[in-house]
Design a protein. Structure first.
Length: 491
């Protein structure tokens, strides 16, 4: 009798390029998290200009990731794994550090958006629910509990439960909440011009007044976390029906969508409210309710908040999917604990998802401001971006004959190098040199660095204790893959 063998360490190929694009619909949620803070410091015009620059960087990078993703169609983990493949010939130590940096950037979306969801719900419908216990200062670290935190924790658990049941339920969940997110997004992007609430007098440039060039550089550094996020669709390369075709389609479609949103949403919102109204909001979240009240009235504003909450939950869903697959991918590559490289019976990295959930609940309990959490995580995420871009250049040099179903023209090698240098500059200036002057404190960056040090220690533990192979400082790179995909064609 014939039997079929199933590899329990390989993910199911159950996604189309459209499913990947739906995952990228989460990105307006990331913009919502940081838009208020940027307007308050940069002014409405300053925020529009810098968000536009940042998302264009992200779109160029997305095109580069299209080639990288089809070079390694069976590797899960996104940017971190591409960087590891590129640098392993020189050192194995880049891989685990960058991998955890990338994971950290995605994982904290759960705690950040959970807090925002809780704040929106309490502000809109339960303004008298002011109970809180313990530390509540947004810039301090210490145990504290409040109603927004409780709601945020509940949202994290709900999203975790959806993903535990497999990719397909999670993607259909994305269809529903993605559609909800588009409603308030389109209201903020287009309705101000129809109602006449948009005014050029509300567009102010505050960059020069509040710090000039290095203020802009610091905020371009913070924007990376949000404006680059649509690269997440590359993490699902092994799960697309046709990896070579679906992956670049999903990457490029998500890039075009994000450019439109990241330009028009800050412009429409800023031109409706103006800098002063947004800057006066201490939460940098409640002003969205003011915008909806202005554009559609208080009754429909309730509907808009419901849709906005749904969109933020979509962002949390994307973070769970991408962050868990990053952990799964780096564990499969031998860069962290073996337990994180296991799939459940439903063919999802359930253990990695559960670890994400627990860590983010702890973040909500001990960090009480979304920007503080972002500042901790951004250093690892930008470092992963830098290494992936330089990795593209190294792979072109070191593996010229490696099959590339998508192969970009030669000028893209130079573009990747320039983008890598730009992001490195943003990391050094925004994360370290000017973090105290224009950012949210060098101490937040150093906490992020400490997480990367722990990641390196886990890598050592994996090889010395679990695998008993000892530490290898570098590995020879394969000149060709074991199984060659389709012949490459220039793009």
């Amino acid at each position: 009798m014939a039997t079929a063998a199933v590899d329990h360490n390989q993910m199911l190929k159950s996604m189309s390029w459209w499913d990947g694009f739906v995952v990228a619909l989460a990105n307006p949620g990331f913009l919502i998290a940081a838009l208020g803070g940027s307007i308050g410091v940069l002014g409405t015009t300053g925020a529009v200009v810098l968000w536009t620059i940042s998302v264009l960087f992200g779109a160029l990078q997305n095109n580069i990731y299209a080639e990288l993703s089809t070079m390694f169609p069976n590797k899960s983990g996104g940017l971190a794994v591409y960087a590891h493949e590129a640098f392993r010939k020189y050192t194995n130590f880049i891989g685990p550090i960058v991998a955890f940096g990338y994971w950290m950037g995605w994982s904290v979306v759960l705690s950040i958006n959970g807090l925002i969801v809780g704040t929106l719900i309490i502000t809109q419908w339960f303004p008298d629910a002011v109970w809180a216990s313990g530390q509540q200062d947004a810039n301090s670290i210490g145990f504290g509990l409040s109603w927004p935190a409780i709601i945020g924790i509940a949202a994290i658990i709900i999203v975790w439960a959806f993903n535990i049941f497999g990719v397909r339920p999670a993607v259909w969940f994305g269809y529903i909440t993605g559609g909800l997110l588009l409603i308030p997004a389109f209201v903020l992007m287009f309705l101000p011009y129809i109602t006449g609430d948009w005014s050029s007098s509300n567009m102010q440039w505050e960059v020069g007044t509040n710090g000039g060039l290095f203020l802009a550089v610091t905020w371009l550094y913070f924007m990376c976390w949000s404006a680059y996020g649509f690269e997440a669709v590359a993490s699902f390369a092994p799960e697309y029906h046709n990896t070579e075709v679906d992956t670049p389609l999903a990457l490029r479609a998500s890039a075009m969508f994000s450019i439109i949103v990241y330009v028009l949403l800050p412009l429409g919102l800023g031109g409706t409210l103006g800098t002063a109204t947004v800057a006066a909001d201490p939460t940098y979240i409640a002003f969205y309710v003011t915008a909806f009240d202005t554009l559609v009235g208080s009754t429909l504003a309730n509907v808009m908040v419901v849709c906005l909450v749904g969109g933020l939950v979509l962002s949390m869903n994307t973070a769970t999917m991408d962050g868990a697959r990053a952990l799964f991918g780096i564990a499969k590559e031998g860069m962290t604990l073996t337990q994180l490289g296991k799939l459940s019976k439903r063919k999802v990295p359930a253990f990695a998802m559960t670890l994400d959930m627990v860590i983010n609940i702890l973040l909500i309990l001990f960090f009480h401001g979304v920007i503080a959490i972002l500042a901790v995580s951004n250093v690892g995420y930008v470092l992963a971006t830098v290494c992936a871009l330089f990795g593209f250049v190294l792979l072109r040099k070191d593996r010229p004959n490696w099959p590339r179903p998508i192969k970009l023209a030669k000028p893209w090698v130079g573009i990747a190098f320039i983008l890598g240098c730009v992001n490195l500059f943003l990391l050094v200036c925004g994360g370290f040199l000017y973090a105290d002057d224009y950012g949210y404190g060098l101490d937040k960056t150093l906490i992020g660095v400490a997480v990367l040090v722990v990641a390196f220690l886990l890598y050592i533990y994996r090889h010395v204790v679990q695998d008993k192979t000892g530490i290898r400082f570098r590995d020879p790179a394969q000149p060709m893959p074991d199984e060659q995909p389709a012949v490459s064609t220039p793009v």
